[in-house]
Design a protein around this ligand. Structure first.
Ligand code: SF4
Length: 500
């Protein structure tokens, strides 16, 4: 899972890209990078938090009015410095590219590029493959002039990417001497919002980003989204071009609303915060139907993503909302920390139960989702240790049964507790008196109910197994899971690829 941003402005963009990455830090804490250009490209990349990578010295190098940035949590590729985005190529023009998503057919494409086409891939990252597809097609086209003609070439190159690349990808790319290009896969699975800033001289600045979280701080107004299958080009002179080169269905990721996005984001014209409030309302209604005689004394969120749903659920149930679990804000989110050992260790470091809120009470814990079940189990254990009389556990997300191959770092199928155990077994495993999951239809309703949006239906493949790209069967799932394991372990993918 990653955060991306691209800015084309009438002044230097590096500090605005840095600020944007700070506002996208929650989407990836493993690495970050910025590339800008003036006469030539400038790059700063590194592993770790945004604030630790960039400094006065390396920011000064990032000159230019066009640039892109990326925060990374790897769903593809390893953890080395070479895998940190943006990637770039000198041919043609000088192109830098960053993306958020995951290519389902990465292996086949990489084998074709290195085999039949006899090219060299320097990394195991699908970003390099995307960059190769885009730059190769752009290099073959013949722009008639510097502006309109070049946009035609860009459209053809993106069409080529759409024909070849299956999966989820929202892309920002800067081309030296030309401008900024952005596009989104034909299903629009991963987000990409658009913002405009009006300058006093009448010119416009443009920002494209995974979330809208930095728009207010930087003075941009939300101007919609990059649509599924749409390509946008903002030229050096500030001219704006757009075209939808392929239209399928608009099926954005529902997990962005459940867990991943910051609540203040407007995602695909739906407020993430409001969708979470509605998740809580729907949960309360379901609880009243299923357990009319069970009334908790307090509703406690597993902080912080579940806070909003817990608040509206408590309100609707007429029960006190309590922040009975204090979260240390200086420890990263466990879901996006690699490795089970680290995860197990971090729950207790991260959450501290408040005994005064918990002792002798019937406690309802609301969490955004249950993935492996180990975090939920530990939370329940802590709450019991602090004297809860009864513990109920409510998940704003339905059972997560299938892995994500579209850019969210989900565990493998065998690690997902709901892939092999039913609700009563999970209830026992996490050690609660009552477990209740959100229904899929209620979650979908919570996202789709309000907002002037154009979502046809959200991607819910991790819940219902219906993979939007229609090319994930058992064999593909096996291949993708092996690849993920190899990446996690730092194994060489090519050696495995040649043997298998
Ligand atoms: Fe999002 Fe799940 Fe679809 Fe992945 S499979 S894109 S996490 S809804």
């Amino acid at each position: 899972m990653c955060g991306i941003v691209g800015i084309k402005a009438n002044g230097p963009v590096s500090t605005e890209i840095y600020d944007s990455l700070i506002h996208l830090q929650h989407r990836g804490q493993d690495a970050a990078g910025i590339m800008t250009y003036d006469e030539r490209m400038h790059a700063t990349k590194g592993n770790g938090f945004v604030r630790d990578i960039f400094n006065d010295h390396n920011m000064l190098r990032l000159s230019g009015n066009t640039g892109i940035g990326h925060t990374r949590y790897p769903t593809h590729g390893g953890f080395s410095h070479e895998e940190v985005q943006p990637f770039w190529t000198e041919v043609p023009y000088g192109i830098a590219l960053a993306h958020n998503g995951n290519l389902v057919n990465y292996r086949a494409l990489a084998e074709e590029i290195t085999g039949r086409q006899k090219r060299y891939l320097n990394t195991q990252s699908d970003t390099e493959v995307l960059l190769y597809l885009f730059s190769e097609a752009l290099g073959k086209s013949d722009p008639v002039d510097a502006n309109g003609g070049f946009f035609e070439s860009v459209c053809k190159a993106v069409e080529h990417v759409f024909e070849r690349a299956s999966g989820a990808y929202s892309v920002v790319s800067s081309i030296v001497g030309k401008g900024l290009v952005v596009f989104r896969d034909p299903n629009g699975i991963r987000p990409l919002a658009k913002g405009i800033r009006h300058n006093p001289d009448g010119t416009l600045d443009y920002i494209f980003s995974s979330e809208t979280t930095m728009f207010y701080a930087l003075g941009y107004e939300l101007a919609g989204n990059v649509l599924p299958g749409e390509v946008i080009f903002v030229s050096e002179s500030g001219k704006y071009y757009s075209r939808r080169v392929k239209t399928v269905q608009f099926t954005p990721c529902i997990f962005e609303y459940v867990y991943f996005s910051r609540p203040d984001t407007m995602m695909n014209d739906v407020s993430v915060y409001r969708s979470r409030l509605r998740m809580g309302q729907n949960l309360a209604e379901a609880w009243l139907k299923k357990h009319p005689d069970v009334v908790p004394d307090i509703v406690i969120p597993a902080p912080s993503t579940a806070n909003t749903a817990a608040l509206s659920m408590a309100h609707k149930l007429g029960v006190r909302y309590s922040e009975g679990l204090y979260k240390n804000p200086f420890i990263g989110r466990t879901f996006i920390m690699p490795g089970q050992q680290q995860r197990k260790k971090s729950v207790r470091y991260k959450l501290v139960p408040q005994e005064i809120e918990i002792r002798d009470k019937k406690v309802m814990i609301v969490d955004d989702s249950i993935v492996r079940g180990t975090t939920s189990k530990e939370i329940v254990k802590m709450v019991r240790e602090f004297g809860a009389k009864e513990v109920y556990f409510v998940s704003a997300c339905p059972p997560v049964k299938f892995p994500c191959f579209y850019g969210v770092d989900m565990p493998t199928k065998s690690e997902l507790i709901a892939s092999s155990q039913d609700e009563s077994a999970i209830e026992q495993f996490i050690g609660v008196d009552i477990l209740m999951y959100q229904e899929i239809s209620d979650l979908q309703e919570a996202v789709m109910r309000k907002g002037n949006h154009h979502i046809d239906r959200p991607c819910m493949a991790c819940l219902d197994g219906n993979y939007i790209t229609q090319d994930v069967d058992d064999d593909k799932m096996y291949e993708m899971e092996i690849m993920r394991e190899k990446h996690r372990n730092g194994d060489d993918l090519w050696q495995w690829s040649k043997k298998s």
